[in-house]
Design a protein around this ligand. Sequence first.
Ligand SMILES: [Cu+2]
Length: 590
Amino acid sequence: MDPSSHDYIYRMEASNVGLDGSLNSVKLICYGDDSTLVDRRFEINPVEALSYTTCVESRIRHYKFSVVKKNTTRLCASKPIITVNGKFPGPTLYAREDDTVIIRVVNHVKDNVTIHWHGVRQLRTGWADGPAYITQCPIQTGQSYIYNFTLTGQRGTLLWHAHINWQRATVHGAIVILPKRGVPYPFPKPDKEEIIILEWWKSDVEMVINQAMKLGQPPNVSDAHTISGLPGPAPNCSSNGYTLHVESGKTYLLRIVNAAVNEELFFKIAGHQFTVVEVDATYTKPFKTGTIFIGPGQTTNALLTADNKIGKYLIAISPFMDTIVATDNQTATATLRYKGTLVFSPTALTAIPPRNATPMTTNFMDNLRSLNSKRYPTNVPKIIDHSLLFAIGVGVNPCSTCLNKTRVVADINNVTFVMPTTALLQAHYYNISGVYTDDFPANPAMPYNYTAIHREYADVKRHKSVPIGCGNYDPNNDPKNFNLVDPVERNTISVPTGGWTAIRFRADNPGVWFLHCHLEVHTTWGLKMAFLVENGNGPNESILPPPTDLPKCIMDLDFAIVMDERPAWYSRPTRKATSLYLRLGRRSNK
Ligand SMILES: [Cu+2]
């Protein structure tokens, strides 16, 4: 606000009505007769605005993502970080269910880039999925690529993030999929919506990762966590954190996104409860909780009513870790502030859950049930064509190029994935041989004792998680307890250390789909594989042809693990990019 001229100019960073990037001005013109004219203007991109004002069922939304370095100050230190449009966190992508989204990504940095639309089903549009060397080769410096996909059968919050090396540490943002016009939420309409992004902050990610790879060891923990880009006061740096402004009596829909690279987090607000209504862009049965548990890649929508006394309340995120692994133990904080709070009023505090609060996580996950209403049925697959048992683990391999001559690796059924130099989807589509093998073992090579296995994540195109258990999986008895009625439907699932999870999914989307741990540290070590779903015979059962601007491959070996020797305890040799074939087939929904 310029007090002398009584005007105020602001830029709309993000909006849900097509005003992104608009320049707005408010000017007060005072007349001598005690009257005032409020002159309010905004400048908008006409194409963007038009797409919101016309009354068609579904529309095309255009976005431009410029990948640029931006000098950013956090924890009292500045450094250039890779961003989209200079923002950390990046811009929000707004759309409605059934809309088509077209995002032109232009790479202005020296590193290769890809963007993944985490959790978007990508029906027949695998070319737009984004994991580097899986569905596409990266976008090189000075190049661009247009991601084009339709949002089908999903509504809620998802995230987008870079999908190459560790770039997603700073290159990420929210995807908001609103219901179709005129379709209400299946829960009370909130007065306002807020996006809250939880992150991992590290000065110079690249250097840290390079060093870790040379040592063959885990990288150092983060310097801080951040809430919507801000860490809040830290031990050696006092800075303001993010503030969530609320009005007494109003209800807010919080769209919470965990964009941290390695940490599962607890999310709490002093003096307030949440009602969880949606996870990973599928509605859930509403349930009340004081603490939200959220893994990297996951999203949670929760209602919050400002029903406490006017004042300030602490928002805190802290890590969950149930095994002996170094973690960044610092709590990032933000403030919930009621309208009308006096400037110097103290902030009400909250107790942080213990780092190893396993019962809390179990309780939270047990409460998550899909809505399974008439309008939003769950449709759990009842007939199983392939039964796969995957054992995931972490071990140590010899490494001639590593300083310690050993390197930490991870595997699925004793296979450590080796990054290909051609994208698997291209290799499949154009029948290029030698890029991957298709004999991925459907079972572990040896009877497995899971108790030594570390907590893992999987990220596959939307699956229904039936149960989660601790200890060894018992194939005879555990299936008797599977919830086949209303299991939660997610794109990322959290598995306890030494525990297991069972997942059912229908191979109904042709393409190559990356299944991997969503803790970046494990992905780097090779805890990844691909599912290859072949075309079916039906009219909509084949993948669309690749877009003409699909990037060409020039391998960047920066962080790719090159397996040079076979470890003694591996019963199978480490293999090139490996995938498992599933044949696309249509089934009546029995
Ligand atoms: Cu992801």
